[in-house]
Ligand binder design. Sequence first.
Ligand code: F6R
Length: 608
Amino acid sequence: MCGIVGAVGKRNIVSILVNGLLRLEYRGYDSAGLVVVHDGKLNRVRSAGRVAELGEKSANTYGETGIAHTRWATHGIPSERNAHPHMSRDLISVVHNGIIENYEALRTELSAQGYVFTSDTDTEVIAHLIHSHYQSGGTLLAATQAALTRLVGAYAIGVVAANNPHQLIAARKGSPLLLGVGEGEHFVASDMSALLQVTKNVVYLEEGDVVEVNLADYRIFDAKGAEVTRPVHVSELDNDSVELGEYQHYMQKEIHEQPQALANTLEAVCNSQSLVPGIFGADANAIFPQVESILILACGTSHHAGMVARYWLEEIAGIPCTVEIASEYRYRTSVPNPKTLVVTISQSGETADTLAALNHAKDTGHTFTLAICNVPESAIIRQSKLRLLTRAGPEIGVASTKAFTTQLAALFLLTLVLAKLRGRVSAEREQQFLHELRHLPIAVQKVLALEPQIAELSKHFADKHHALFLGRGLHYPIALEGALKLKEISYIHAEAYPAGELKHGPLALVDEDMPVVSVAPNDALLEKLKSNLQEVKARGGELFVFADADTHIRSEEGIHILQMPEHAGFLSPILHTVPLQLLAYYVALQKGTDVDKPRNLAKSVTVE
Ligand code: F6R
């Protein structure tokens, strides 16, 4: 979703802004723009296309202070006139990520004061509001702070003024923004990948923070306006982790990074002899023994991870578990149980619905909160009592891959720790589980070796308009995840069903034009699944079965088998995810879609 980069330096910062935006492209956008301050003027360049085009258009622009933006349209169509930065009377310029909910009332008020609106965006009101305070004297900081008190909604903003060289003001509330600390120059950005080109020193701004960014220093003010000090962290990211390297797309790279991502996520436990609550934070020792049930809140792929965890938590740990889509839970009246552990799952840690669901849970009286998240210092991490970081590394492709499998690994650890506390795992069983976890990266590596066969299978899908995914039990959420991957990057309509539901409706859809993908692990439900597959075959459906080696499902007319290298027991959903990711990837390649930036989607969904 929208990306922000800003810089104050003693050199031409245009290329820093453009390179930063290129790094943020993965978030999803439809237009881009920048403004620099030079010779008492604001020079604005915008493009309704890609950042590369903005780079070409701004090649001869000079400025030592500036802000830049990639826009993901919310208010107003994607177009150059709606692209950020927005300006007020050639004096103030603003970039904004988020949604201003009271923009209509503010627009009416500002129009009455004579301000002329040149876009359909909610952002333009911020520029005029700041202008209305700034023109009456005072600093840009004070004008911005005054304007912010009028805004209802979520924002991360960057602000510059034509008559104020070498200074920018930035602020965040509900949308991510961080400060990059350089030597004699400072930066702001939506995420760290944009700033690795210039610094690794980062300050994570807190909710409600406003920062005055100068050449030599910066000053941070909290939500109440008090000047505060925030710690400077050294980012662990390096430029290589956001480079494409030998791969054609980030999605392909990230699928292949899964063995390492899993090894990193499991590092702490795999090197130890037993599992302890402390891996979830110091308070876990006190909280976990009190937990009576689990409530998992998440969106999209992360929600699917939660659905798998429900099977594990109930079967292995014997603990009741509910999984809810965050955007539904946040507006629902629910009955809280203070002994429930509320688990949020999020790759980005900034998803607006998940964050709101977490706060809703807290408002209704829940105090036990745990975040499973891939981004340290993200809002969801900071607002939860306990946390476990998935250490997948930056995920650039919009379609989530390595974040999902590492979330599953983290949720399995949660299951085992709770199961142990509840006396449901013997010491011997614990060692066996640890052994299986240590083996997981190797097992995933073996599945990745099936890539050429999956590429071949994908050819059957390229001319199809629909696909059905089937799974049972633990693997039903994996079927859902496979269908989500296929639809989001290949634009083929895909639906997933628990295989037992087929005859209750979806079987009517099956014919030779509806490929049916089935996840077929060698588990207790295998025989039932085989009957379901026969139901499909009898109706002329073409089956693509991802089967464990010893399932004895054979290739024949209308049945294509992809033999999985091994059966991983409870961890099988992690292995079975990988071929479905590859299938979606190769179908998308056949269809020639923009794999890493599928249409209409954004990586980090920071608006509702
Ligand atoms: C699908 C996908 C989305 C995200 C969802 C939640 O491939 O990436 O469905 O899973 O937007 O995002 P996070 O995990 O960042 O909260």
